[in-house]
Write a protein that binds this ligand. Structure first.
Ligand SMILES: Cc1cc2nc3c(=O)[nH]c(=O)nc-3n(C[C@H](O)[C@H](O)[C@H](O)COP(=O)(O)OP(=O)(O)OC[C@H]3O[C@@H](n4cnc5c(N)ncnc54)[C@H](O)[C@@H]3O)c2cc1C
Length: 461
């Protein structure tokens, strides 16, 4: 199967130069398998009769990045590195400023390729690198089913408008071959390029790097491509895909795929998941699942790509900001400090359970995420406070945090991509969600019991 060429985006107008290798700067798609950017880099290296170098950069930067995330990332990369090196491609790890590392290695490259991220600081980084390069620089989108650049040329207001655009193109982007292409020109060590550290050394080094120690490594998710694919197979083989439209939202039933950490780190491909789901079933549950994976995820990518305020309250539509501000002086029944929230010490056992699920495992059930977010609005002094706290907690504890889906999910709690509802205190006409509404549909006590049986499995590996 041929890759859809619309995944490829030219980041500058240059042509390939004379060089010793093709350089693939890996960032968003961290797998050897099912990685369009890597596959294209191999094909271009073969065309130019050159070997291929894959560069990965580690730059600890964000205040909410922590060892939970880096542990998952690096242990996932062990498998990727081994597969890459096993086929004669050079894998290089650099520590520190990304742009400098990419430009340094580009000096002897004929062509540079990177994968794609819709997050504005990542888009800017690629633009900035492109300005410095006098050889061809391409971006290949491997993390979206329909690439976010193709899906729409403007910020979409909601799910309906983007759904049509994505679903009408979906078939054109189910474009993964069964096997990776083979590299013709094997890397030979006489072309000396050194890593800053091995991945194992970087893993050790990151343990001590400015992290808050109350965010423990999650033993609930084994990182890496193989573990992600096993989880996908299990989701299919246990009937959860087929019953996704009925059970997916029920926190007590565990009907979700739990694939989000793997998708977030690009350890597995959403295209592969979609192709496999369609092959496996194609029924109503499968269609509902694909809607989430292709359309909801696509809407989130569209949001962060077009909205520079994706991480703060200014991202909201006018009506939502207005109604929240009109209700800013409403009496809050409960006000909690960030520390109380973080420790899951509120009066609400369902909210506490959701918070506990996230802090212990690095994952919160999708339906509970919306409830979790809405309640924090009610329990904070201002909507802005609530927004900032949600971003902080989500990015700190969720293994899939720092993701377009999370930023869109949080904005969604405040009315983004939604319409106005009946006016209520505090939330105004933003849709509310209280525990009695949750309880009508689901056995929440069962959810609480399940979460309370979770063990603190790993105390900071
Ligand atoms: C307040 C809040 C915070 C959230 N934070 C994150 C986050 O940090 N990272 C994250 O990936 N998602 C986040 N989401 C979106 C969604 O809840 C998760 O993607 C989903 O629950 C992940 O679990 P899963 O893989 O088992 O999902 P499944 O239901 O099995 O879905 C499979 C995949 O479809 C996509 N998907 C499903 N639901 C959504 C959605 N609502 N929006 C966008 N994509 C979706 C995801 O890629 C997901 O992995 C958040 C939602 C809310 C309301």
């Amino acid at each position: 199967m041929q890759m859809n060429k619309n995944r490829i985006f030219r980041l500058n107008r240059e042509e390939p130069g004379k060089g010793d290798y093709v350089l693939y700067w890996m960032q968003a798609s961290q797998s050897y398998y099912d990685n369009h950017a890597l596959y294209h880099a191999i094909e271009r290296a073969n065309e130019l009769q050159l070997p291929l170098v894959v560069l990965f950069c580690i730059m600890p930067e964000s205040s909410t990045d922590n060892f939970r995330h880096y542990d998952f990332l690096i242990r996932g990369l062990y498998e990727t590195r081994d597969a890459i090196e096993g086929t004669g491609i050079k894998f290089i790890l650099k520590w520190g400023a990304i742009q400098e590392s990419v430009l340094e290695l580009s000096k002897n490259a004929a062509l540079v390729i990177s994968d794609a991220s819709p997050l504005p600081h990542m888009v800017d980084l690629r633009r900035s690198i492109a300005q410095e390069l006098n050889i061809q620089y391409l971006q290949v989108d491997s993390n979206s089913i329909v690439p976010f650049i193709i899906a729409s040329d403007k910020e979409e207001s909601g799910i309906y408008s983007i759904s049509r655009k994505i679903m009408s193109q979906l078939g054109d982007f189910l474009d993964l071959p069964n096997e990776p292409p083979k590299i013709d020109n094997i890397w030979t060590e006489d072309k000396k390029i050194e890593s800053s550290f091995t991945l194992e050394e970087a893993h050790e080094k990151l343990k001590d790097y400015k992290y808050e120690n109350n965010c423990i490594v999650s033993d609930y998710f084994t990182p890496g491509y193989s573990a992600g694919m096993r989880r996908m197979e299990e989701f299919f083989s246990t009937g959860k895909l087929e019953s996704y439209h009925m059970d997916g939202n029920d926190p007590a039933r565990e009907g979700k795929s739990l694939l989000s950490p793997y998708l977030h780190f690009g350890q597995i491909s959403p295209v592969r998941v979609c192709m496999s789901a369609l092959k496996y079933s194609g029924g109503t549950g499968c269609q509902a699942f694909i809607k989430e994976l292709a359309v909801r995820k696509g809407l989130a990518e569209n949001f962060v790509f077009f909205n520079d305020n994706y991480f703060n309250i200014r991202s909201l539509p006018h009506w939502a900001l207005t109604t929240l501000n009109e209700h800013i002086s409403d009496k809050r029944e409960y006000i909690y400090t960030l520390e109380q929230l973080e420790r899951g010490e509120t009066h609400d056992p369902y909210w506490n359970a959701a918070q506990k699920e996230m802090t212990l495992t690095g994952y919160m059930h999708g339906y509970m995420r919306a409830y979790w977010g809405k309640r924090v609005i009610e329990w904070s002094l201002t909507p802005k406070d609530a927004y900032d706290r949600l971003i902080y907690l989500n990015d700190k504890y969720q293994l899939d945090g720092h993701d377009a889906n999370g930023y869109a999910g949080i904005a969604g709690c405040f009315g983004k991509h939604d319409r106005e509802w009946f006016e209520k205190p505090v939330l105004g006409s933003v849709r509310s969600m209280d525990s009695s509404e949750l309880g009508w549909n689901f056995d929440l006590d069962k959810y609480v019991k399940r979460v309370n049986s979770l063990k603190k499995q790993s105390a900071g590996k």
